[in-house]
Design a protein around this ligand. Structure first.
Ligand SMILES: [Zn+2]
Length: 194
């Protein structure tokens, strides 16, 4: 397994940096490129350490870097394809369709999954590593992924949408199944999540 630069380590709740908004990036510097490389390697290393989960995407804040950078797997249906696309200063320019509720997890919130409402379709504007602006329109799971990751750049987490919903929280069990959590005990009074 390749090792990630120790400077960049995956952070998880209750680390407060996850609640802070990231800075807009001006220049695609060598530092930006090394953060992107560390993000890709961290996501792959994480996936290799998990039996039942796929590392779909990551935001730079999850390595403690408050930079508006998001990476998303190019082929989320093909685990063997370990390439990513890079989105710098990503912004959702339009939400379309209805909101749909589905399961969502996060590398920074260990083993907890939630049923989160998200728009079915979004349009996204971003800058690539080549410095050029581009736009994408995505729907379904990919639209959910963009909404989750762009929230990270604004210091927002998926659990924030569902914190008052006693039926929305699940735990990933060792056998790979999702089991509903005891809301009052495991969620509402958690010192890790809030
Ligand atoms: Zn996340």
């Amino acid at each position: 397994m390749a090792t990630t630069d120790q400077k960049y380590r995956l952070i998880t709740l209750p680390n407060e940096t996850l609640r802070k908004p990231s800075r807009k990036i001006g220049l695609i510097s060598a530092e930006v490129k090394s953060v992107v490389n560390a993000m890709q390697q961290t996501t792959i290393d994480w996936e290799d350490s998990r039996e039942h989960e796929v590392g779909v995407a990551l935001a730079a804040v999850q390595l403690g870097q408050l930079m508006r950078i998001v990476i998303i797997r190019n082929n989320i249906n093909e685990k063997e394809d370990r390439s990513f696309s890079v989105f710098i200063n990503p912004v959702i320019t339009k939400y379309e369709g209805n909101q749909e509720v589905d399961f969502e997890g996060c590398l920074s919130i260990q083993s907890i999954y939630g049923k989160v409402p998200r728009y079915q379709k979004v349009r996204v504007k971003a800058i690539g590593l080549n410095g050029r602006e581009f736009r994408v329109t995505v729907d379904g799971f990919l639209a959910r992924t963009f909404q989750h990751e762009i929230d990270h750049t604004n210091g927002k987490l998926f659990i924030d949408y569902i914190k008052d919903d006693p039926d929305a929280f699940y735990q990933l069990m060792p056998d790979g199944k999702l089991e509903k959590l005891d809301y009052e005990k495991d969620i509402e009074k958690s010192r890790i999540l809030w």
